[in-house]
Ligand binder design. Structure first.
Ligand code: PDD
Length: 285
């Protein structure tokens, strides 16, 4: 039985209970992180922690713990679940109070973390996935990793219903990101991804890919991507922490490039793998 952390305690998952008045349950009033763990260590841990802290600030929840306390909890949870490679989920809600939209008088936030074994999404990577474009009908604060994911869930399901593995979201004719991923387009050996804004989540995987471009002198541009460029791209990829870099081989039933996983993806994936290996050997964060 996997162990979870809930408000100071480590418990078997079926013994962890929260109040029905928790504002996370009632309003979706909270933020979360999904952090990969390789060799029992948090991959890009400080980046995830910083995004969590930014999210708490953005929704006006006082950060209840110091950085060291956060890390201690997560590291203990990793150990309690046997170490190795895991996907760690961490959520902080505003806490328990009678239902009222207004913020309650200061209350203790609810802190919850769980972990599942991490297996690589190899098949998706080898074969690539298809995607569909959909109107980005989310709010204007998509840079907050909010637990209120109803729009993302509906968009994702709409993509699945149309036999797509991801929804690529369009706002005013420009692609923002995927329903649960960031987007990167490759054209003439240059990577292109939209700059950070309130229209997309500042993805940790996206940031690492940009960092790898920087280190290895691979040309990249941070700029808005018009819808038409999706269909003219040599390659299109989506990124997220646990799935890493996934090639998109068709969009709205049109082949991307030659409709197969491309060499650009092979190159960046190799660099990503090498980075992970250096992390496992303690040479990278
Ligand atoms: N989601 N954009 C959205 C809307 C996302 O939900 C995610 C990740 C990303 C990629 O961010 P990162 O590289 O930091 O994982 C971008 C996670 C993994 C989820 O909700 O399960």
């Amino acid at each position: 039985m996997s162990k979870v952390y809930l408000n100071g305690e480590f418990l078997p998952i079926d013994e962890a209970k929260i109040s029905v008045l928790d504002r996370g349950f009632i309003f979706g009033d909270g933020v979360y992180e999904v952090i990969p763990v390789y060799g029992s260590r948090l991959f890009r841990g400080s980046h995830h922690l910083q995004r969590l802290i930014n999210g708490l600030k953005a929704i006006r929840i006082t950060n209840p713990l110091s950085d060291i306390e956060w890390i201690k909890i997560l590291e203990k949870l990793i150990q309690q679940n046997g170490g190795g490679d895991q996907s760690l989920y961490l959520q902080v809600t505003r806490g328990i109070a009678p239902r009222d939209h207004r913020f309650p008088e200061p209350i203790s936030p609810t802190i919850f973390a769980m972990s599942t074994p991490l297996t690589e999404a190899d098949l998706d990577k080898q074969t690539g996935i298809s995607a569909v474009t959909l109107e980005d009908n989310r709010w204007l604060r998509c840079n907050i990793k909010s637990i209120s994911l109803l729009p993302n869930i509906l968009l994702k399901q709409q993509a699945y219903d149309a036999e797509g593995g991801e929804a690529l979201l369009l706002r005013n004719g420009f692609v923002t990101e995927g329903a649960s991923s960031n987007i990167i387009v490759l054209k003439d050996d240059t990577l292109i991804t939209p700059p950070k804004s309130e229209h997309l989540l500042p993805g940790i995987t996206r940031d690492l890919v940009i960092e790898l471009c920087h280190t290895h002198n691979i040309p990249y541009e941070l700029r808005a991507i018009p819808q038409a460029e999706l269909f003219e791209a040599d390659e299109v990829w989506v990124t997220s922490s646990t799935k890493e870099i996934i090639p998109i081989i068709s969009i709205d039933k049109h082949a991307v490039g030659d409709g197969r996983v491309g060499n650009g993806w092979r190159k960046i994936s190799q660099l990503y793998r090498e980075y992970k290996q250096s992390f496992r050997e303690g040479r990278a964060e």
